[in-house]
Design a protein around this ligand. Structure first.
Ligand code: ATP
Ligand code: MG
Length: 253
C-alpha cells in the first residue's frame, strides 16, 4: 500500500451535488475537507443526506456535479478499476449492518481479509483478537439472524476494523446499542484514530457526540450548514468507563 503524503487530505468535496436518477438534488454544494488523521462527527436530522454523503465518500455513488477526490485521486475522472484499490483502504459500518446471513459471525468478520487474498492462518490470528475485543468470541459460530441488533452492530464494526482501514466511515454505529456500549465503541474508533485512521461517524445522537472533543459537521437538507469547530468550553474527551479495556492497539494484530 502506498503511503499517504501527510499533508494530503484523505477526502475533499468541492461544490458537490448529488441526485438519485432524475430526482431532486439530495446533496447541494457540499464543500468539505477531511484531513488525514482527523475525527469528525456528522450530525443532522433524518433525511438530511448523511448516508448519501457517506455513499459518495466510500465510492458507492459518484457526484452528479462538483469535484470529489479521495486519497488524492480525482474520483470523477477515474475509471472504475482505479477506484478498487482506493475502496480497499476504507472500512465501512453500514446503517443496516449488511452482514451476510449465511455466514457465521467469524466468517463475516473474516470476509474482507479473504477477499483480499490473506492466507487462512493469518486470518485466524487477526479474527480471534477482534472477536475478543468486541465481546463476540462466544458468538463466533452464530449466524447474524440469531444475534440481537447490538450484537449485529458489533459484528459489523469488527468487520470494518479488521482491515485496519486508512478511512473508517460509520453510519449510525451506536443506534442499536446502550449508552455504555456506545461510549466503548466511540473509544474503539478513537484508538483506531490515534493509530492514524481518519474517522467519520454519522449519528443522530447529539448528546453522545457532544461528549467528545471532536469537530462536529452538521447537515440540513443536503447542505453542510456548520463546519465543525469544537466549542472552547466543550468537555475534554470522555474517558472509557471504569473497567473498560477497549484497545484497538491490542485488538488489531
Ligand atoms: N437510493 C435512493 N434513491 C432515491 N432517493 C434516496 C435514496 N437514498 C436516499 N434517498 C433520499 O435522499 C434523502 C437523504 O437521505 P439519506 O439517507 O442520505 O439521509 P440521512 O441523513 O442519512 O437520514 P437518516 O438520519 O434517516 O439515516 C432522503 O430524502 C431520501 O429519501
Ligand atoms: Mg442515514
Amino acid at each position: 500500500m502506498s503511503r499517504l503524503v501527510q499533508s494530503e487530505p484523505v477526502a475533499r468535496f468541492e461544490q458537490v451535488g448529488l441526485r438519485y436518477r432524475s430526482g431532486p438534488e439530495i446533496l447541494r454544494d457540499v464543500t468539505l475537507t477531511l484531513p488525514a488523521g482527523s475525527f469528525h462527527f456528522l450530525l443532522g436530522p433524518c433525511g438530511a443526506g448523511k448516508t448519501s454523503l457517506l455513499r459518495v465518500l466510500y465510492l458507492a455513488l459518484r457526484p452528479s456535479r462538483g469535484r470529489f477526490s479521495l486519497f488524492g485521486q480525482d474520483v470523477a475522472a477515474a475509471p472504475r478499476a482505479e477506484l478498487v484499490p482506493l475502496r480497499r483502504r476504507i472500512g465501512i459500518v453500514f446503517q443496516d449492518f449488511r452482514l451476510l446471513p449465511q455466514l457465521s459471525v467469524q466468517d463475516n468478520i473474516a470476509l474482507p481479509l479473504r477477499l483480499g487474498g490473506r492466507d487462512e492462518e493469518a486470518i485466524r490470528s487477526d479474527v480471534a483478537p477482534m472477536l475478543l475485543r468486541t465481546g463476540l468470541t462466544g458468538l463466533a459460530h452464530a449466524f447474524p439472524p440469531e444475534l440481537s441488533g447490538g450484537q449485529q452492530q458489533l459484528a459489523a464494526i469488527a468487520r470494518a476494523l479488521i482491515v485496519r482501514p486508512r478511512l473508517l466511515i460509520a453510519d449510525e454505529p451506536t443506534a442499536s446499542v446502550d449508552e455504555p456500549l456506545a461510549l466503548r465503541l466511540i473509544h474503539l474508533f478513537q484508538e483506531l484514530n490515534r493509530l492514524g485512521t481518519t474517522v467519520l461517524i454519522a449519528t443522530h445522537n447529539e448528546r453522545l457526540a457532544s461528549g467528545f472533543n471532536h469537530p462536529r459537521l452538521r447537515m440540513e437538507a443536503g447542505r453542510i450548514v456548520q463546519e465543525g469547530t469544537v466549542p472552547v468550553d466543550s468537555p475534554p474527551n470522555v474517558r472509557p468507563p471504569v473497567g473498560s479495556s477497549t484497545s484497538v492497539q491490542e485488538a488489531l494484530p
